[in-house]
Design a protein around this ligand. Structure first.
Ligand code: FAD
Length: 274
């Protein structure tokens, strides 16, 4: 069976909590290696991730790992969160720089994810397995692809154990990226982040923001389906599953699914993978 992990975002109200609960019940039988919970910088959102991690671990018995981003956070806040996660039994952290929500001015004490990785190692030694993000199609703020690669290597040198990619729909970008990081002397696993598609206009918005390319042939096809959501889902599940097959055949160690707290789109891809 393909090794998978699942990513959720932390619910903020009862309706979202019930939805996540349903999604987790449907996807848990797929036996994910771990599940992760995203993190939004600053203010009241600070408590949502720990609460969701706690619930996934204690109510659902899953190995839940928090995302932790350093942008906008102080050293003391990050220290406190790390202690909390350790007390909850977490052994894995997804360490990120994060993005500042619009309107939020506070910069935080760390500038890049590599600073956060170093801080986690300084404070907790080898207690946590540290995952970092990486970008087969290049991070949108990078000076260029080679600079981005050097910055990725800096996170590994600071102590990252494994990396999860931004989502992409072009397997060649992943294979090329893995070749490049190996040539740069980086040996850690590079896990493809997979985005199952449920809504084309939402996907287009996300992709513009994070610099992921939707290939023209896929975009044109989904556009042609217009409001026919069922046809979009079927087409997208076929296309994403075909890419996953190629990735696995080409040596991808496992797959990480961005579920957006929905079960169906991820299930549609997984059932095609058998
Ligand atoms: P970094 O590795 O710090 O890189 C950010 C940019 O800075 C890149 O362009 C890089 O090339 C550049 N850079 C790095 N070091 C240097 C340096 N020394 N000098 C000059 N430039 C440098 N966001 C959230 O807010 N919450 C989440 O939960 C979340 N989860 C994610 C999970 C995954 C798997 C991924 C891939 C992304 C996730 N993101 C999340 C988005 C992420 O926070 C953004 O993509 C963010 O813009 C970059 O984060 P990073 O950790 O990759 O940053």
């Amino acid at each position: 069976m393909t090794a998978i992990s699942l990513e959720f975002y932390p619910p903020k109200n009862d309706e979202q909590r019930a939805q996540l609960d349903r999604t987790v019940r449907r996807l848990a039988p797929r036996a994910p290696q771990f599940v992760s919970v995203t993190f939004g910088a600053g203010g009241s959102t600070l408590s949502y991730t720990p609460e969701t991690v706690r619930s996934l671990r204690q109510d659902h018995g899953l190995d839940a790992a928090p995302h932790l981003s350093c942008m906008g956070g102080t050293r003391a806040e990050l220290r406190e969160l790390l202690q909390l996660y350790r007390a909850l039994g977490c052994r894995r952290i997804v360490a990120l720089r994060g993005d500042l929500p619009s309107g939020m001015a506070r910069m935080g004490e760390f500038r890049y994810a590599s600073d956060l990785v170093a801080f986690i190692r300084e404070e907790h030694g080898d207690h946590f397995r540290i995952e970092v993000g990486c970008y087969p199609e290049t991070h949108p703020q990078a000076e260029d692809a080679l600079a981005d690669l050097r910055h990725f290597k800096a996170k590994v040198d600071a102590g990252a154990d494994s990396a999860i990619t931004q989502y992409f729909f072009n397997a060649d970008a992943y294979f090329r990226f893995v070749d490049d990081v190996r040539a740069a002397g980086v040996g850690i696993p590079v896990i493809p982040g997979i985005m199952p598609i449920s809504n084309f206009s939402q996907l287009r918005r996300f992709s513009e923001a994070c610099g992921a390319e939707i290939p023209r042939w896929m975009a044109k096809r989904m556009q042609a389906y217009g409001d026919d959501a069922e046809s979009i889902r079927e087409f997208a599940a076929d296309a994403v599953a075909a890419m996953c097959r190629r990735l696995l055949e080409g040596g991808a160690p496992e797959l990480h699914f961005y579920t957006l707290n929905l079960a169906k789109p991820t299930e549609a891809v997984l059932s095609r993978l058998g």
